[in-house]
Design a binder for this molecule. Structure first.
Ligand code: FES
Length: 104
């Protein structure tokens, strides 16, 4: 769905720019030229930003802290989430192994 008709930018374009590291309307304006003409799209652009932040924060509650410095991409957030999940699985396997040895 088009968010900015003036620049022909879709919601998908915006989310891809956010995945690449854009962190504000200003960043999106610079990268995609959104909200740079009639500005009727500003509310929708901000909604996309909020949705993206909410999605990232759902994956990693610490994300907004790093979000403010603009250093973390979705890919990095996903990698951290995967690493945490792997650590939990390994820890559970280790605990079960220890319980099995104790029972024997
Ligand atoms: S709709 Fe985005 S600047 Fe006009």
């Amino acid at each position: 769905m088009y968010v900015c008709n003036c620049a022909g930018v879709t919601e998908r374009d915006i989310h891809e720019a956010l995945d690449r590291g854009a962190r504000s309307v200003k960043d999106l304006r610079r990268e995609l030229n959104v909200a740079n003409d009639c500005c009727q799209c500003v509310c929708d652009v901000k909604r996309c930003l909020r949705e993206h932040q909410a999605m990232c924060q759902a994956v990693d509650p610490q994300f907004l802290g790093s979000h403010s410095v603009g250093a973390q991409t979705n890919q990095q957030v996903n990698q951290q989430a995967n690493q945490q999940a792997n650590q939990q699985v390994n820890q559970q396997a280790s605990n079960q192994s220890a319980l099995g040895r104790a029972a024997a």
